[in-house]
Design a protein around this ligand. Structure first.
Ligand SMILES: [Zn+2]
Length: 96
């Protein structure tokens, strides 16, 4: 039996690999905005993180998010990413 191929990505925070679908994509759009990408389909350079603000923070503090996106993040970007992730996680929790 051949194993079904599942796309795998590495979390920028804990560096664990997980199925791409289980991770949250962060994208730097062609216009230079850095956003959480809930659809995973926005164009731009992407990075992946576990659905955990701890992992996102670690990725930011250890500069792995900047490396992955090849850009520098300002304090405003960091704040808005953490906010967007928190919103996303709380929205998920509210789903039955
Ligand atoms: Zn992680």
């Amino acid at each position: 039996m051949k194993k079904k191929h599942v796309p795998v990505r590495t979390c920028i925070g804990c560096r664990e690999t997980s199925a791409k679908r289980a991770l949250i994509r962060i994208v730097r759009t062609p216009t230079g905005e850095v956003l959480v990408d809930p659809t995973g389909k926005k164009s731009g350079r992407g990075a992946y993180v576990c659905p955990s603000s701890e992992c996102l923070k670690a990725g930011i503090v250890e500069k792995r998010l900047e490396q992955a996106l090849k850009c520098q993040l300002g304090p405003g970007d960091v704040e808005s990413l953490l906010y967007q992730l928190a919103q996303m996680l709380s929205a998920r929790k509210e789903q039955p």
